[in-house]
Write a protein that binds this ligand. Structure first.
Ligand code: LLP
Length: 405
């Protein structure tokens, strides 16, 4: 269980000092996931490019960078954060379906490993920017392998009809175009089938399709250096990630002997287990047949339950009163979709009591907003059995209006 990394006495201390809502991350748990990947893929020696969108906090990214990870970024902003957090430019890949000319220029000037393009028009724009800068742009194509990863439809990305990537047939034409250009350097081929994928089977299928495609391409004279199988490895809420050795085994046979270097882009699996969102109970009430616990964290802090129906385990810090009952844990935001958990089984909490929402380390803070003019939460990092530090201060009312003119 994850709770052993988040001891109640320490959580109480952090909440008393940093206030609530606060995201609390365990350095030990984050590093455990990072090292589990490294161990599982020892034989293949891939480059891991941590998907920063999962959690782009410098406090966590710096840990991944020091472990030798690179980064997968999807915007100029993430690239800026990646370099600042200590990722080596030569280990950063720039993905995303709609990179602007300014972002392409920023990536090339920074010296990223490659730009992962998603359309012919983007490749032509990359070529134009590279010509202006008088340098050769290392590029990859995101290919849609038409594989069903059996996950939520909002995070299914590798099936035909998705906005992501290009087909194998189109990719072949684009690589031939790129290989003939003075300003483009075809370096990699990539897929990302989706997120929260719990089986290695769709990876094996997509990887086989990618490897066959890359062999055809090599026969046509375009030899790529990297095969990138994206991210998406699932994590059951409330647990550590599924054993990445399963993933390694599914991919191992496919690329063995090809001479290709492997890249993975894990995000959630590294970050999700490592974080909890701490909130304080404000009120209790009954409405219809339901018991509500109203806490000071809301959908603006953690939108996953509202957006994907995600079920994050919640637990009281300290004891509740009486027998367990069924509660909806809701926030102060003026929407009925504002809940952190529905039908949670808890003993009755007291006003002022702390409540922890587990598996909130990925796509928690990074998707948070100031909706309802709620300043964004603070973030803290547990660094030892009884040590911690603040890695982001809570926003203030002034921060809410600072950019307004
Ligand atoms: N690489 C690419 C190109 C991606 O688009 C993504 C995630 C990843 C890697 C990392 O996937 P991960 O290992 O984290 O599953 N907000 C959603 C998840 C969106 C994922 C988008 N792409 C959620 O909260 O479930």
């Amino acid at each position: 269980m994850l709770s052993k990394y988040f001891r109640p006495a320490l959580l109480e201390k952090i909440a008393a000092k940093a206030g609530t809502p606060v995201y609390v991350y365990s350095q030990e748990l984050f590093l455990r996931q990072v090292r589990a990947y490294k161990r599982a893929f020892r034989g293949l020696d891939p480059l891991f490019c941590y998907a920063m969108k999962a959690n782009s906090s410098a406090g966590l990214c710096g840990l991944a960078a020091r472990e030798g990870f690179g980064a997968d970024v999807v915007s100029g902003g993430e690239l800026y954060r990646a370099v600042r957090a200590g990722f080596k430019p030569g280990k950063i890949i720039f993905s995303g379906v709609g990179k602007t000319p300014e972002e392409l220029e920023y990536a090339l000037k920074t010296g990223v490993l490659f730009v992962n393009a998603e359309s012919f028009e983007e490749v032509q724009e990359l070529e134009r920017v590279a010509r202006c800068l008088k340098l050769r742009a290392p590029m990859s194509l995101r290919i849609n392998p038409d594989v069903d990863p059996h996950t939520h439809k909002y995070i299914t990305t590798g099936k035909l009809g998705s906005k992501f990537g290009v087909s194998f047939a189109e990719a072949e034409k684009i690589y031939l175009y790129a290989a003939a250009s003075r300003w483009l350097q075809p370096a990699a081929a990539q897929f990302h089938i989706g997120s929260q994928v719990h089986s290695a089977r769709p990876y094996a299928l997509a990887a086989r399709r990618l490897a066959a495609f890359m062999a055809r391409l090599a026969a046509a004279g375009v030899r790529l250096e990297y095969a990138d199988v994206g991210g998406g490895w699932g994590v059951k809420e409330g647990s550590e990630m599924a054993d990445p050795a399963l993933l390694a085994r599914a991919i191992d046979g496919v690329f063995a002997g090809t001479g290709l270097k492997l890249i993975l882009e894990p995000g959630r699996s590294v970050a999700a287990p490592s974080g909890v969102l701490l909130a304080r109970v404000i009120y209790r009430k009954r409405g219809g047949r339901k018991n509500f616990v109203i806490v000071d964290a809301a959908m603006n802090d953690l939108i996953r339950p509202a957006l994907y129906g995600a079920k994050h385990p919640v637990a009281l810090i300290g004891k509740g009163r009486g027998p367990e009952k069924t509660y909806d844990i809701v926030g102060p935001v003026c929407e009925s979709g504002d809940f952190l958990a529905e039908g949670a089984r808890l003993r009755e909490p007291a006003p002022g009591q702390l409540l922890a929402v587990y598996s909130a380390g990925a796509y928690g803070f990074s998707m948070s907003s100031q909706y309802n003019s709620r300043p964004r939460a603070a973030e803290a990092l547990i660094t030892g059995p009884s040590s911690w530090r603040l890695i982001r201060r809570r926003e203030t009312y002034k921060d809410l209006v600072a950019p307004e003119l």
